[in-house]
Design a protein around this ligand. Structure first.
Ligand code: ADP
Ligand code: MG
Length: 361
């Protein structure tokens, strides 16, 4: 069932800044949904309108089918975690967590039980008596998560909560937060500009660009079938070249002539049916291309010259260029036999139809 719904929600700051444009989004109960996009694309604004810290300019926001965009923030029953957590420095961790409950006049026993539960949840059971200054950055962030859970909300919002942590800790916390989500079973709406983080944590990802959702899909679908060249460029690495459709075919198969070259590739279009003459961006993931050995063949074969070949541990990163100047990046399995590739060497690159996506926007 739908838990949260944005219906035609827009947000303008002043006369000129349109931060969110006609946002339609349904978030399912218990889902881990991430808003992913570059800085300034409207993610925080969308989250703040849901939390009740920003007004909407247009549209409606519903929780469980009830309009809440005019309900004050503290009555929406939402837990929140921000990047810059602020704990009261003179209070212990347990006192910090208990404080909002005591303000609401919950009984002592209930307060103690809830504080213990949330500290267990974030794996800090022994830390109740410490002061914030005695915690590492990662531990403080866990306390911030604990604080968001103290009212036992069924909707938790997080805005770049791991942004201040170093890479290793950030990766560890991604799995911990995902695990907390799985154990609680409540709805999480998470904001990040980090595509790896989004792919790692989410059930579904809404890719934001300029205040709009470009695509809303599962991580796998977003990576394997980006619907727009913006998504293909923002999520993972891709070879992208513009071209013109020569022939449209059955079931989304198309032949694309790449601009300023003699290269024609067989590709797939999963979106609109494309007819001859349509302008497209062709997107090919580096790991979906291979280097063809003598005698081997593929549906698409591209003759090229090696520019650079670098061993990077789990793969070899090959850069090759065609006679007409098209550049391809190819990731080859490091275990494959083509370890010795020198600049200037002639190679044949191969890929199938499904490896080449023709995108019309
Ligand atoms: P994101 O979180 O994706 O980085 P934001 O929602 O913070 O994006 O910002 C979206 C747009 O709205 C940006 O152009 C930003 O400069 C603008 N913006 C955000 N907050 C305000 C504000 N309080 N006043 C004016 N403009 C704002
Ligand atoms: Mg933001």
């Amino acid at each position: 069932p739908v838990h949260v719904e944005f219906r035609g929600v827009s947000k303008r700051y002043g006369q000129t800044v349109q931060a969110v444009r006609q946002l339609d989004l349904e978030i399912m109960r218990g889902e881990f949904l991430t808003l992913l996009g570059p800085s300034g694309s409207g993610k925080t604004t969308a989250l703040m309108m849901l939390a009740g810290f920003e007004d909407t300019t247009e549209g409606e926001i519903l929780i469980d089918g009830q309009r809440i965009d005019n309900v004050p923030a503290n009555r929406r029953g939402i837990g929140m975690v921000f990047q810059n957590y602020a704990l009261f420095p003179h209070m212990t961790v347990a006192e910090n967590l208990a404080f909002p409950l005591e303000v609401r006049k919950l009984g002592r026993e209930q307060v103690t039980r809830r504080v213990r539960n949330v500290l267990d949840m974030v794996q800090l059971p022994e830390f109740g008596n410490r002061r914030p200054a005695q915690l590492s950055g990662g531990q403080q962030q866990r306390v911030a998560v604990a604080r968001a859970l103290i009212f036992e909300p069924n909707l938790v919002l997080m805005d770049e909560p791991l942004g201040a942590l170093d890479k290793q800790l950030r990766e560890q916390m991604q799995f911990e937060i995902k695990d907390i989500h799985a154990r609680l079973g409540v709805t999480f709406v998470y904001v990040t500009h980090d595509q790896t983080e989004a792919l790692t944590m989410s059930d579904r990802i809404a890719v934001f660009s300029a205040g709009r959702i470009e695509q809303l899909s599962t991580p796998r679908e977003l990576y394997e079938r980006p619907a727009a060249s913006f998504v293909a460029s923002f999520i993972g690495e891709s070879n992208r070249m513009s071209g013109t459709v020569l022939t449209g075919g059955e079931n989304g198969g198309v032949a694309v002539h790449l601009d300023d070259s003699d290269v024609v590739l067989n590709a797939m279009s999963y979106g609109a049916t494309l007819s001859a003459g349509a302008r497209v961006t062709l997107s090919i993931r580096p790991e979906r291309m291979s280097m063809l050995q003598d005698g081997a063949t593929a549906l698409n074969v591209i003759a090229a010259t090696v520019v650079q070949s670098v061993y990077v541990g789990d793969h070899i990163r090959l850069v090759a260029v065609t006679a007409s100047g098209l550049k391809f990046i190819v990731k080859l399995a490091a275990s494959s036999s083509q370890l010795e590739l020198n600049a200037g060497e002639a190679v044949r690159l191969g890929c199938g139809r499904e490896d080449c996506l023709a995108l019309d926007r």
